[in-house]
Design a protein around this ligand. Structure first.
Ligand code: GDP
Length: 365
């Protein structure tokens, strides 16, 4: 599955956040060496649409969409040079598809900061630098190889790669991340295989105290200002308070607590949805009396590919898809009524599936 990695300096609240995301107390107990093994949580994606479908269809079984989150602890200054558990963590990050960067934006004298005081911008730069240094290493060693190849001939593709590597190198030596480099489509294609750490989509999470969950604070303002050119999303979450909420037993209790704080929903729910988007994921539904299920697909996938997520045979033998828009289904109340009203379309192999489509695949076995 697709994975988001949580990174940040020690003591900024990564584990706290991870635990309330995955409600994973029991799960982390399964990793006795949790400072070495990354914690992987399989997290349900909250989706109001699924709840509404379940109310209407009353199925025997419900399966929500999930996203995997990995708690990547131990990234410290010097990691790119192997400090701490450096290289291991960097390779864990390489395997993820997107990054959630947690920044400490709360004051608390009882919680030691590795660099003495609270300063999310400095912290962000510390982490960025480690990732950039690692990328620079990757880019330079690759450049040496590719330039040698280019000298002994080399096609247009190889030349393009060299061009891209130079662009990245220029940015990285200036302390910029690979994602800041603007590439055209062909260059982007060439860049894909490099899997650079600082090219992954990123989301910043400002971990604040209880009093700042709605308003933010001076640290949050500083973060927003610092990342404004990155086009990255910034979320404000109070990890400690969210952890308290996660401990509550009932939905009603949780809602009351959230209302007291001035929040409409748990910050972690917003975080999961944002991560899902960051991974460029979308949801389609299947709904029948046996099961209502949310399926995850990559934005842009065509009908046969999305059918293949259910079963490879569905893709191989794909004939057509019957599609009902979620809103129509909710408005009319059943598949039969949608059909009657002409709200069911029949789509072929080229149909690009849309978020919220309700799919019924027809295929040969
Ligand atoms: P990690 O090293 O980044 O995984 O950080 P932890 O999640 O272990 O948190 C470090 C310490 O900070 C723990 O004692 C947490 O209880 C505390 N902490 C985490 N988030 C907050 C917060 O929002 N406010 C306050 N005051 N403490 C927090």
């Amino acid at each position: 599955g697709l994975q988001c990695g949580i990174v940040g300096l020690p003591n900024v609240g990564k584990s706290t956040l991870f635990n309330c995301l995955s409600n994973a107390k029991a799960q982390s107990a399964n990793f006795p060496f949790c400072t070495i093994e990354p914690n992987v949580g399989v997290i349900t994606v909250p989706d109001e649409r699924l709840n509404k479908l379940v109310e209407l269809v009353q199925p025997q079984n419900v399966v929500p969409a999930v996203v995997e989150i990995v708690d990547i602890a131990g990234l410290v200054k010097g990691a790119s040079k192997g400090e701490g558990l450096g290289n291991k963590f960097l390779s864990n990050i390489r395997e993820t598809d997107a990054i959630i960067h947690v920044l400490r934006c709360f004051d608390d004298n009882n919680i030691v900061h590795v660099d003495g005081n609270v300063d999310p911008i400095r912290d962000k730069e510390t982490i960025d630098t480690e990732l950039q240094l690692k990328d620079l290493e990757t880019v330079e060693s690759r450049l040496a190889k590719e330039e040698k190849k280019a000298q002994t001939g080399g096609d247009a593709k190889a030349k393009r790669l060299v061009e891209v590597l130079h662009l990245y190198k220029d940015a990285l030596v200036q302390g910029k991340s690979a994602r800041s480099v603007q590439l055209n489509d062909l260059q982007q294609e060439a860049a894909k295989e490099l899997m650079l750490l600082t090219n992954k989509p990123i989301l910043y999470v400002c971990n604040v105290d209880e009093a700042s969950v709605v308003t933010g604070n001076k640290y949050v303002d500083a973060v927003r200002e610092a990342v404004k050119d990155e086009g990255a999303e910034v979320l404000v979450i109070g990890a400690a308070i969210e952890a308290d909420i996660a401990e509550l037993d009932t939905y009603e209790e949780k809602q009351l607590f959230l209302q007291d704080l001035g929040l409409e929903e748990a910050g972690v729910n917003k975080l999961i949805r944002t991560a899902y988007k960051l991974l460029n994921l979308r949801t389609y539904f299947t709904a029948g009396p046996k099961e209502v299920r949310a399926w995850t697909f990559k934005n842009g996938m065509k009908a046969p590919q999305t059918a293949g997520i259910i079963h490879t045979d569905f893709e191989k033998g794909f004939i057509r898809a019957e599609v009902i828009k979620y809103e129509d289904f909710i408005a009319l109340g059943s598949e039969a009524k949608c059909k009657e009203a002409g709200k069911m379309s029949v789509e072929g192999k080229e149909y690009v599936v849309q978020d919220g489509d309700m799919m019924n695949f027809r295929f040969n076995v």
